[in-house]
Design a protein around this ligand. Structure first.
Ligand code: SF4
Length: 287
């Protein structure tokens, strides 16, 4: 027996006892289940600016939680050990386990240190959306905030599961060409665009674009991207796009992409200036 996962564009058909492409969802009893539910691989109390979020409770901290698995294959991944290395299968057995209640209690215990809630980050949280949803609902009951740092590569139905209980997202808009986003990164640009366009109607959204030399660093591509962001509207049809914060960040060679240098800092500043022709809040990162 197989079952189909509908979380992302890959629509994996998964055999009984097997795991989908992302390594985080499997088929048990003819049903798709999140194998990484409550499996914690990383935990840190970080400044909210590190997510990065610049206009969501600036100066505060957020308990940042990671699990394992990813539905993309970015060759420069910074968290490859928990996202898509050959070792991630092992985390099913070796990762420590926490219930939503335990994590929320930990978040509450950090309030004196400036903690405002929990950020689901480090690996891709959408592929384990059930844990994000259950924990976020509990965070709200306790007066805390829920944040997701995500590649935005999931269906509208999954966003619908989360949009009422997630307060802020930083979404990667990794580029604006299908060749780069789909072929090089193994993603799906149109799914990400739809996810972003819908998310801005429900919660605070900031976007991040990592500039990779020779891949997504052309003026024309970045300009089209900024123009598109500026055109986004809220649920009432009001133009809000120009006020969506955009983080333009610098690439460093790592993991499977070591064939080029780090992004030139002057290029980051120049592309950020280009985006400022359309957007009011553009930040540079890793410079
Ligand atoms: S979330 Fe994972 S299992 Fe589901 S379709 Fe995407 S890659 Fe496949």
């Amino acid at each position: 027996m197989t079952a189909e996962c509908s979380v992302c564009f890959r629509k994996c058909r998964i055999g009984e006892g097997k795991t989908g492409f992302c390594g985080a969802r499997g088929c048990i009893g003819s049903r798709i289940v999140p194998l990484n539910y409550g499996k914690i691989t990383a935990l840190a109390l970080d400044p909210v600016e590190k997510k990065p979020l610049r206009k969501f409770f600036p100066g505060s901290k957020i308990l940042s939680v990671g699990s394992f698995g990813c539905n993309l294959r970015c060759p420069f991944c910074q968290n490859s050990d928990i996202s898509w290395s050959e070792h991630i299968e092992e985390y099913k057995n070796t990762a420590r386990t926490a219930t939503p209640e335990q994590l929320v209690n930990l978040a509450l215990s950090c309030r004196d240190e400036g903690n405002i809630g929990i950020a689901f980050t480090y690996n891709e949280p959408l592929i384990g959306y059930e844990f994000v949803r259950d924990t976020s609902l509990l965070l709200h009951k306790n007066g805390l905030k829920s944040v997701m740092v995500t590649n935005g590569t999931a269906s509208a139905e999954i966003l619908g599961e989360l949009s009422h209980c997630v307060d802020a997202m930083n979404i990667d808009l990794k580029g604006f060409s299908e060749n780069y986003c789909n072929r090089v990164l193994g993603g799906n640009l149109s799914m990400v665009r739809e996810f972003i366009a819908e998310s801005v109607k429900h919660c605070h959204v900031e976007l991040t674009t990592l500039i990779v030399p020779g891949e997504n660093d052309r003026d024309e591509e970045i300009k089209r991207m900024a123009e598109w962001i500026a055109s986004l509207r809220d649920s009432g049809g009001n133009e809000i796009g120009m006020n969506i914060p955009l983080h333009i960040t610098r690439f460093f060679p790592r993991f499977h992409m070591t064939d080029r240098n780090a992004t030139d800092i002057d290029l980051i500043y120049r592309l950020a200036d280009l985006c400022r022709e359309y957007l009011n809040f553009v930040y540079t990162g890793n410079c």
